[in-house]
Design a protein around this ligand. Structure first.
Ligand SMILES: [Zn+2]
Ligand SMILES: [Zn+2]
Length: 821
């Protein structure tokens, strides 16, 4: 056995193993393996944002622990890595960096800039993931912006179109006027913002009466198509069916009774406009009201806005309020706090526009989503209701088309003559219809020979919601179903409503099967102050800073141990520092062991056998294997790391090693046989710790394994060694109880010396132990040699009775009297 150096140099060790593992290829999935069961991880391809943040560290650590653990259990683990490139975020950043709007440059140029920016961001994030030491199979790396990936997204669209899941419709959609595109419900954030409630007089058609309407969106008056009251509201009952005149128009609209109106909000009378909000959409549909299109795609008023046409929403609001005042129609205004739906990319107030879009029929799948979500295993279990509640809350189908440039093209053309949809054939893919005509002679319906390409592109979730099938090898590998559904889909709590949901509906629609068997949820990373980590709150810590300062193994312990799986986890430097201290402790005890095991031969049998304290620690190690395996099976990483750290630090280092040091150093006193027993126990006990830790702190454990164990154990890497079974060492309840008592006694004696400010190796002339009863006395006598060695006792007397002396913590019937010089 080689000795470990005294100093633990984490950055050198971590860099070395990250390189070597890649050279060894031990993280690669074996596509031809027919012997080992595959275990597939649906790594969510991250959106390249240009920075690895602590949230990324948290979720990559989670799935890397799973990957490494499953490999040690003998699975053929598929841990792929992709990049979800498309989307508004990148376009907005390119516009900002180049100080342009997307339409100012040719589309090809714009796309190129997006690709370059994505590549730059990927390389930054990849560097962080490599530094974290994730056991990814890099031969699987892919980018959703590559035409080869488009092919899969486009194929999934064509298949779903053929199955009747895709349709075009003119339907109200969420629209970001800044990004100038439709967006899905999942892309809306809600913010509390201050608004103004305007009390406006709407004159009744007959007479000089008026109804007072409270609205925070007076700019929508030109699109008012009805006025509503609650039919139970005594104040307004009699007005139902009569008409009011919409200010600044000559339009008369009906007063409608609708139970959805809250009589306590504002005045109890509301205007229905197309569309002020989602409620308006429902009312218009229910009452078959006309639609007046008020907004353009870039957030200005149309000619239906009359004198306000061409103004922005904000300009129009200001001018209308002034006009209302001038016309004496504004009774009063008051400030209110309201919940506003905003674009999750640019925080612009989301509007509702009625436009022609592509949709996927998702609401018809809701029952199936609920049933499947209940069959999937969730870590933790209560997370499944988030998915089910979200699916149940959706009012509209998923709008999958976007009016952007940097995205997968929708593989569709239209016949110029008869407007027939020409759907691409599977063998034409990948294809950009804007660059290529469909390879057909004529329209099958009218014989027309001219085609107009679809200008819209796919929502980026169309790319990333087929990963479970894509990772398995769909559609190219014939046996892809062997790796589908994915064994685990890891997801952040904040993206259950997007990622977990879209994966579910798309795979259910495509293959009528769940995409994943289990879902592993991580919470959010909070700042040290317990608030959400963000740069504006000044509690933000960048991942590279942590990794450079403390290394991956210490940082991974924070991620694993920061809190229960699924809960929000604060980032605190002391947690990482504690992880670091633990690694130093483990390094030191290993370095110590490597010297004392220099002459140890693991194949040599220990005769006549192990000593009581050897059996004690090995039994605890067996129990540890059981608890940690159980925790790993349940993805309770915090329990696993805590149990391992407690065992290592307290039972193994502080109690066992201290108790047997004398046996190891002085075989001339104790005999070679007892030294060999301690060596064997040290050797096996430390090996258990290293193996159990290997998925969580892979670098340090590999370094120690390679130096101390590889030549005997024979595995290429600790990562490819088989996960220890609980019966690897023997559990022995009696030995544990007896050993607990002895180590408590040793600890109490050492504590007394410390309190008396004596060095720990101060000899005790005479030690009298009042064991309380015969069985305790027997337990102490059995381990008397270790006790004498550890406490430097010159003469010992163990009595089976209680007596007057220093009490031993937690053993009320055990006392001792130590006499020093
Ligand atoms: Zn936006
Ligand atoms: Zn045609």
């Amino acid at each position: 056995m080689q000795p470990l150096p005294k100093e633990y140099n984490f950055s050198e060790i971590e860099r070395k193993w990250q390189q070597k593992w890649e050279e060894m290829g031990i993280h690669r999935f074996d596509w031809k393996d027919t012997k080992n069961v595959p275990f597939t991880i649906d790594t969510p391809p991250p959106y390249p944002s240009g920075e690895l943040h602590m949230g990324n560290v948290l979720n990559w650590t989670y799935f890397d622990i799973v990957a490494r653990y499953k490999r040690m259990l003998g699975y053929n683990v598929l841990f792929p890595q992709g990049w979800d490139c498309h989307g508004l975020g990148i376009e907005i950043q390119v516009e900002k960096e180049n100080k342009i709007r997307k339409r100012d440059v040719p589309p090809d140029q714009f796309r190129k800039w997006c690709e370059l920016l994505v590549e730059k961001y990927i390389s930054i994030m990849k560097e962080g993931i490599l530094k974290l030491g994730c056991s990814i199979d890099w031969t699987t790396e892919y980018r959703t912006m590559d035409p080869d990936y488009w092919r899969r997204t486009q194929l999934s669209f064509i298949l779903l179109h053929k199955k009747g899941y895709m349709y075009q419709g003119t339907h109200p959609v969420n629209w970001c006027p800044h990004c100038e595109t439709a967006i899905a419900d999942a892309e809306i954030d809600y913010e509390r913002r201050e608004g103004t409630l305007n009390y406006i007089r709407f004159p009744l058609e007959s007479g000089d009466e008026y109804l007072l309407i409270a609205t925070s969106r007076p700019e929508f008056i030109p699109a008012c198509v009805a006025v509503e009251v609650n039919p139970e509201d005594e104040r307004y009952k009699e007005y139902i069916g009569r008409k009011v005149i919409v200010p600044f128009t000559d339009r008369k609209v009906t007063i409608v009774g609708d139970e959805a109106v809250d009589p306590d909000f504002g005045t109890g009378v509301v205007q229905i406009c197309t569309y002020g909000d989602k409620e308006d959409v429902k009312t218009v549909m229910r009452n078959r009201l006309p639609v007046i299109t008020l907004l353009t795609g870039n957030g200005r008023l149309t000619e239906n806005g009359g004198k306000y046409a061409d103004m922005t929403i904000n300009q129009a609001r200001k001018v209308i309020v002034e006009d209302l005042k001038a016309a004496d129609l504004l009774e009063k205004t008051e400030k209110i706090m309201q919940e506003v739906g905003v674009c999750d990319r640019c925080k612009t107030h989301v509007e509702i526009l009625e436009v022609k879009q592509w949709f996927m029929k998702t609401r018809s799948l809701t029952d199936s989503v609920e049933k499947t979500a209940n069959e999937v295993v969730w870590y933790p279990d209560y997370m499944k209701t988030r998915l089910i509640d979200w699916a149940r809350s959706l009012d509209w189908d998923w709008v999958i088309s976007r009016q952007r440039l940097f995205a997968t093209p929708i593989p569709v053309w239209y016949c110029k003559n008869c407007n027939e949809i020409i759907l691409a054939s599977e063998e034409w893919l990948p294809i950009d219809p804007k660059l290529k005509n469909p390879p057909i002679d004529k329209c099958s319906r009218c014989g027309g020979r001219e085609f107009i390409p679809e200008q819209d592109v796919f929502d980026t979730w169309m790319d990333s919601s087929i990963t479970c099938a894509v990772h398995a090898g769909w559609p190219d590998l014939e046996d892809w179903r062997k790796r589908f559904p994915a064994d685990v889909h890891p997801s952040g709590i904040d993206i259950i409503r997007t990622w977990a949901y879209y994966l579910m509906v798309r795979h259910l629609a495509l293959f009528n099967e769940t995409p994943y068997k289990s879902c592993l949820i991580n919470g959010m990373v909070l700042g040290a102050d317990g608030r959400k980590m963000s740069k504006s709150l000044k509690n933000y810590v960048a991942a590279p800073e942590v990794l450079n300062k403390y290394g991956s193994d210490a940082t991974r312990q924070w991620a694993a141990g920061g809190g229960a799986t699924g809960s929000d986890i604060p980032f605190r430097w002391p947690d990482v520092e504690y992880g670091r201290r633990f690694l130093v402790k483990l390094w030191n005890v290993s370095s110590f062991a490597s010297k004392l095991l220099a002459d140890y031969n693991p194949t040599k049998a220990v005769e006549p056998g192990l000593q009581p304290l050897d059996k004690w620690i090995l039994s605890k190690a067996a129990k540890l294997i059981r608890t940690v395996t159980d925790a790993m099976e349940k993805c309770q990483f915090n329990i696993a790391i805590e149990e391992i750290r407690n065992f290592t630090w307290h039972a193994f280092c502080d109690s066992y090693v201290e108790a047997v040091k004398d046996r190891l150093y002085k075989p001339e006193t104790h005999g070679e046989v007892k030294k060999l027993a301690a060596q064997k126990t040290l050797y096996e006990g430390l090996y258990v710790v290293l193996q159990l830790l290997a998925p969580i702190t892979p670098h340090l454990t590999e370094e120690i394994y390679k130096t101390m164990y590889a030549s005997d154990k024979g595995f290429e890497s600790i990562q490819t060694s088989p996960w220890p079974k609980p019966d690897y060492v023997k559990e022995d309840e009696r030995a544990e109880l007896r050993g607990d008592l002895v180590v408590a006694l040793i600890a109490e004696i050492r504590r007394e010396k410390a309190e008396k400010r004596m060095p720990l190796n101060t000899p005790i002339k005479k030690l009298t132990i009042y064991a309380g009863d015969h069985s305790a006395a027997e337990a102490i006598t059995e381990s008397q040699n270790d006790l004498i060695g550890a406490c430097k006792v010159e003469s010992i007397n163990v009595l089976p009775e209680e007596g007057i002396g220093r009490d031993v913590v937690q053993y009320p019937h055990l006392q001792f009297v130590a006499e020093y010089e």
